[in-house]
Design a protein around this ligand. Structure first.
Ligand code: ZN
Ligand code: ZN
Length: 417
């Protein structure tokens, strides 16, 4: 038997209701905030991710699924969505129509991570990006939107972490100081950190290896190095969040792993998955549109880990499993013929109605109705057809009503009201 690839998973029908509910919640909320959906290919030129995410990141170095596309060069299964959204914003010159664009996309991402519990090589993200807005109001607004989204899914055990990563003017001063510390504790750092520290010392702050975390405990805070503009921006974001009563923690360790972030960075963390874990993260990336060949337009966005969300959302699966309103138990060929007409008519009238075509006994049909969790069963035998009256049985109250077949559809709609 051929099994699925290790690190991948099927989302089965009994789980899908939760996925759909989360998606519906996101679509509805994001639309209220003025976001429009964009759907993008899962394959892009490898160069796109190398240039956006950064060559010396874990993602680009060892986690991308990259293939040769013959003469057309190397292509990659997208490891995240931001780069593709930016590529599309530039390619379709969306900025010419209006530099301000609010976009969201939902779909699978791919990373060749070591398979482990709760980590998949194809995982899903809900991703939102805003282009063309410099103002700290948008930073606060999308954090507010994100927190509202989690609230709507009844996820309460949350902590919003925020930090500022400065800008090309002020960050180098911090990096220089950080590099001083890194050099002094170099022997305690992991191989990756040792390798990366000179190119991007910020990454060392982001490393999850305990010895690195410990070594960087006394690292200076980037907030002490912000230039006036970055400082004002961050202060305003914090004030706006306070005003909206979004509680947050200023977290100097929060640097996000990717090259393109500037100024506001944020993460939503929860302990619902065991150790403190991020379920969403994002930030400002004011330089990326230009880096990828577009005009100098600021941008900010976030990604939510959909798979983790499914695990922690306060959703009772049972509430979302679709149950038939009516199951028609038709006994014998003639009854099946008639019932088939009824099922089709009820289905197009919006009634969830199913039947079985096998001609089994009433006993086994009732068993099937039970299994499907049908709310009502309509029993149709030859005698019932003769008298033009069928019996509708409410499966929870066990009450039965007689229905005339001449006005069957109307009567059923009446009962279901
Ligand atoms: Zn700055
Ligand atoms: Zn490390």
């Amino acid at each position: 038997m051929i099994q699925l690839i290790r690190g991948f998973k099927d989302i089965l029908p009994e789980e899908i209701a939760v996925w759909q509910h989360i998606e519906k919640t996101a679509r509805s909320l994001f639309a209220d905030f003025g976001f429009k959906e964009i759907r993008l290919p899962i394959l892009e030129h490898s160069e796109l991710f190398k240039r956006s995410i950064g060559e010396d990141t874990d993602i680009v170095e060892k986690e991308m699924y990259t293939f040769s596309d013959g003469k057309r060069g190397m292509i990659t299964l997208r490891p995240e969505a931001t780069a593709s959204v930016v590529r599309s914003y530039i390619q379709h010159k969306m900025y010419a129509k209006d530099p301000v664009q609010k976009l969201y996309t939902i779909g699978p991402m791919f990373r060749r991570e070591r398979p482990q519990k709760g980590r998949y090589r194809q995982f899903y993200q809900i991703d939102a990006e805003v282009f063309g807005v410099n103002s700290p109001f948008i930073d606060a607004q999308i954090i507010f939107m994100l927190v509202t989204f989690f609230n709507r899914l009844s996820i309460t055990d949350l902590e919003t972490h925020i930090n500022s990563l400065g800008c090309p003017e002020c960050r180098p001063r911090f990096q220089k100081r950080l590099l001083g510390l890194i050099t002094s504790v170099k022997s305690e750092l992991c191989i990756d950190c040792e390798k990366r520290s000179t190119k991007n010392p910020l990454r060392v702050l982001d490393c999850k290896v305990p010895t690195c975390k410990k070594a960087m405990e006394d690292a200076p805070s980037i907030l002490d190095f912000l230039c006036k503009d970055c400082d004002n921006h961050f202060e305003k974001v914090k004030a706006l969040l306070d005003k909206r009563q979004v509680s947050f923690v200023v977290d100097k360790q929060l640097v996000r792993g990717l090259d393109y972030y500037t100024r506001t960075a944020f993460e939503i963390q929860t302990s619902l998955l065991g150790a403190q874990n991020a379920v969403a993260g994002g930030g400002r990336y004011d330089g990326l549109v230009k880096t990828l060949g577009g005009p100098a337009q600021p941008a900010i966005g976030f990604a939510i880990g959909f798979d983790r969300l499914v695990e922690i959302a306060g959703i009772n699966k049972e509430d979302f499993i679709s149950k038939p309103d009516i199951f028609i138990a038709a006994l014998g060929e003639k009854c099946i013929d008639t019932a088939f007409e009824w099922v089709c008519t009820l289905n197009i009238k919006g009634v969830k109605c199913e039947m079985d075509f096998s001609g089994k006994s009433l006993k086994s049909l009732m068993k099937k109705a039970d299994k499907l969790n049908a709310k009502h069963v309509l029993i149709v035998g030859e005698d019932e057809l003769e008298t033009r009256t069928v019996t509708l049985r409410n499966m929870s109250t066990k009450k039965q009503v007689s229905i005339e077949t001449d006005s069957l559809v109307e009567s059923i709609q009446e009962v279901l009201k």
